[in-house]
Design a protein around this ligand. Structure first.
Ligand code: DQA
Length: 144
């Protein structure tokens, strides 16, 4: 099974960035956690700080049919990006949005997810476990 794990802006700064909200694990450590928790999954990990690049990665996923599922954390673009939402709408494989922090327990502008509305589900507030549960959800959906 091939799963694309896509991370958006500022998530490359995990480890340094606001540990009270996001914990102390770096993005690389989160990726390693997923690799060891799911040793039968082939992961592709991509991170970008640029909205257009994230859109293009999603287009590639749609075109290539190389992936069985998508786990995505679009960072702040979650709350603003119609472009990412439109790109995600084309994704036909299982797609789960994840957040380290609980977007419903923070500033009001974070509780709206433009992108999550077109995903199959959203897992938010469980730290690194949000990613693990996101992968679990994709696997169950592929096997259903
Ligand atoms: C985040 C939540 C977003 O509101 C924020 O902009 C992020 C990280 C999270 O994982 O908790 O960059 O997506």
């Amino acid at each position: 099974m091939n799963i694309l794990v896509l991370n958006g802006p500022n998530l490359n700064m995990l480890g340094k960035r606001d540990p009270d909200q996001y914990g102390t694990a770096t993005l690389e450590q989160i990726e390693d956690t997923l690799k060891s928790a799911f040793d039968d999954v082939d992961f592709t990990f991509t991170q970008s700080n640029h909205e257009g690049e994230l859109v293009e990665v999603i287009h590639e996923l749609v075109r290539s049919s190389d992936y069985d599922g998508l786990v995505a954390n679009f960072g702040a673009y979650t709350h603003t990006s119609i472009a990412l939402r439109d790109a995600l709408s084309m994704v036909e494989v299982p797609k789960i949005e994840v957040h380290l922090s609980n977007i419903h327990a923070r500033e009001k502008f974070r509780s709206k997810s433009m992108t999550g509305e077109v995903c199959d589900g959203i897992i938010t507030g469980l730290g690194v476990d949000s990613y693990k549960l996101g992968v679990d959800a994709v696997i169950s959906s592929v096997r259903a």
